[in-house]
Design a protein around this ligand. Sequence first.
Ligand code: SAH
Length: 213
Amino acid sequence: MNDTKAKLRLEEEVRRNGVTDSRVLAAMNQIDRLDFVPATFASRAYLDIPLPIPCGQTISQPTIVGIMTQALQIDSSHRVLEIGTGSGYQAAILSKLAKRVFSLERHPRLAADARAKIIDGLKRENVTLAVADGMMGLPEAAPFDRIMVTAAHDDIPASLLDQLADGGILVMPVESADRAQQLVKAVKTGKEIEYTDLCGVRFVPLLEGIAHD
Ligand code: SAH
């Protein structure tokens, strides 16, 4: 199958799995997943599956990228914080929808690779990448209209909820005692936070501190 056909088939599958927002589908179309997948997995870039990236991490399944992006209801005035840059694929998609994207990664090597792809390669100048422990958020740039966490933890770090603007939305995989993960959407209104479970997911863990690799 050629790339055009494989891309169309992937978009169809993502749509069938519930990603119907045309702005999200357009943003996903504009960013080529092949650019973010390690060369060894190039033949699987347009399959709806997560794939390994360096440092024992993963690039998410396209359907999940779509569901999380859609849940954030991003508009072009929004400042968005992503925790877990990984390959940079999700950050590149967010940059097509938001005014400004801040993405934090604890592995210096992944952050450097993502910078080469998103900033040097794709020239997405509205993206700021940093090596940091995302558990603490990015207080100097807060508040954020939207926050996406792409690694799982047993609760949503309080610092991230604090850095969410009034009316803001956060999505994050939350792990329960039996290790099952739910994608949770949190909507902040004043001091109130309303939580909704979206679907079952499987993400790598959110870990404390900067990695030394
Ligand atoms: N959004 C990514 C998926 C990355 S997988 C993509 O589009 O490819 C999750 C990433 O979260 C991993 O790269 C992992 O190193 C990172 N991570 C885990 N805990 C973190 C933390 N506390 N701060 C920043 N990044 C973290």
